[in-house]
Design a protein around this ligand. Structure first.
Ligand code: ASP
Length: 460
């Protein structure tokens, strides 16, 4: 290790110690005789002072230091002179008097100041995301995100869940958005779809007998972006066998309680209140009502919205479609009962709402082939099309599929609320713009004629 301590570590009890610190020059104040820098690493800031009489050569090199230079400093920890203590900094009582200085790498002048207070243009921030991410405020978000992931994994492990990975190159999984398609080089004219969710794979893992699955899963949906949407986003995806809705509610509530406790130090009250879809729409005009009395209060206000309709009428397409996805089970368990007016049929599905944001959605699934075929028919899939798109699932249901259900929680949105961020872009390391592009790497971008030819593609 080049360092003996981090920049957030030194206290009065360290006075007199010889230390080595590494980091970025955060700020530099040249008072002629004395040069001060605030040295920054991911743990904090420490003041370093260059004094000619400690080392004249080092003082001379320090005159060349500029913002964002990466340096190694060795010296002794001393008390800051009376009147210059900074009570806002945990290291604010001490400073390091530099005896040695190594410039590990100089830096060009950054396009914006690395500071939480300076509001640089978002386009510039995204173009130089690696600089934007140096800001202490953003760094904090990712430390918290890591803690939340650790709390999730720890809790689910304790409940007997297995963590899985499911394919990224796959077949369309309908969640109501357009697919991102990937052309196959080896299968001319054929395409993979990136998963809109791991829905079908998690159900097949239940058929395979694993009983408790989770995945911190990347999902891809090609939709027009709103402020809180990204074309690729992360879900905590969960599925369980031999359970009913109550089991999902209690698992999710206890999971959120563990996360709030371990990552945020908040004592969350469970169980969460429940409201039927009909009541939410009637009383609040929304299926994700914000039921907080004070809409600006920040505590965490969770609400289950339950008893969703199974179907909704698509005015544009002039046909019935699913309110959730087509694998959601209806409340009626007998197939004949699906012949009543479709608008009156309820489903075994539920949404988790937090402060007026939908952060999770799930259902008890269909596990019976005839019921699944009937639902496909109602939403207008012919037998052939159902077979072509979902034949593998229909087949799987004929080999002893257990009753099962699950939920998926949107981790980006959850993290944005936990960190009180204005945008989910502040909790995603490398987010995309509203036009689904990455300003740093310049993706999506052109490809060569040779690549297109190999993929059997001609641009229209
Ligand atoms: N696959 C669903 C979604 O992505 C969640 C679920 O039903 O478990 O919204």
């Amino acid at each position: 290790m080049l360092r003996t301590h981090t920049c957030g570590e030194l206290r009065e009890s360290d006075i007199g110690k010889k230390v080595a610190l590494v980091g970025w020059v955060h700020a530099r104040r040249d008072h002629g005789k004395l040069i001060f820098i605030d040295l920054r690493d991911r743990e904090g800031l420490t003041q370093v002072v260059f004094i000619p009489k400690v080392n004249k050569e080092v003082h001379k090199i320090a005159q060349d230091l500029r913002a964002e230079y990466v340096i190694l400093v060795k010296g002794a920890v001393g008390q800051r002179p009376a009147g210059t203590l900074n009570p806002k900094l945990p290291t604010g009582a001490v400073e390091v008097a530099a005896e040695e200085l190594t410039i590990l790498n100089p830096s060009k002048t950054p396009p914006f100041e690395i500071s939480d207070e300076i509001k640089a243009q978002e386009e510039l921030r995204l173009q130089y995301r690696y600089l934007d991410l140096r800001k202490p405020g953003l760094q904090k978000n990712f430390f918290l995100r890591h803690k939340v992931y650790a709390a999730i994994r720890n809790y689910l492990d304790g409940q007997g869940f297995l963590e899985f990975e499911t394919p990224i190159l796959t077949k369309s999984t309908p969640e109501g958005a357009r697919d991102y398609l990937v052309p196959s080089r080896l299968n001319e004219g054929k395409f993979f779809a990136l998963p809109q969710s791991p829905q079908l794979f998690k159900q097949l893992l239940m058929v395979a007998g694993f009983e408790r699955y989770y995945q911190i899963a990347r999902c891809f949906r090609d939709e027009d972006l709103r402020a809180d949407r990204q074309p690729e986003f992360t879900q905590l995806d969960i599925e369980m066998s031999f359970i009913n809705e109550e089991d999902i509610f209690s698992l999710t509530e206890n999971l959120m309680k563990a996360v709030a406790d371990k990552a945020l130090g908040i004592n969350l009250k469970i169980p969460f209140p429940r409201m039927s879809y009909d009541e939410a729409v009637k009383k609040y005009g929304s299926d994700k009502p914000d039921t907080r009395e004070d809409k600006n209060s920040d505590s965490l206000n969770f609400l289950w919205v339950i008893d969703f309709p199974l179907f909704k009428y698509d005015e544009e397409e002039k046909k019935w479609d699913m309110e959730h996805h087509p694998f959601t089970s209806p409340k009626p368990t007998r197939i004949e009962e699906l012949d009543k007016p479709l608008k009156d049929i309820k489903s075994n599905s539920y949404d988790l709402v937090l402060n007026g944001n939908e952060i999770g959605s799930g259902s008890i699934r269909i596990h019976n082939r005839e019921m699944q075929e009937k639902i496909f028919k109602i939403i207008g899939l012919s037998d052939e099309e159902a077979r072509r798109r979902f034949g593998f699932l229909l087949d799987a249901f004929t080999y002893g599929a257990p009753p099962h259900g699950g939920i998926a929680l949107g981790l980006d949105r959850l993290m944005a609320i936990f960190t009180k961020s204005e945008s989910i872009r502040d909790v995603i390391a490398f987010p995309k713009t509203q036009k689904a592009s990455d300003l740093m790497t310049d993706a999506p971008s052109d490809v060569s004629e040779k690549q297109l030819r190999e993929l059997h593609i001609k641009i229209r």
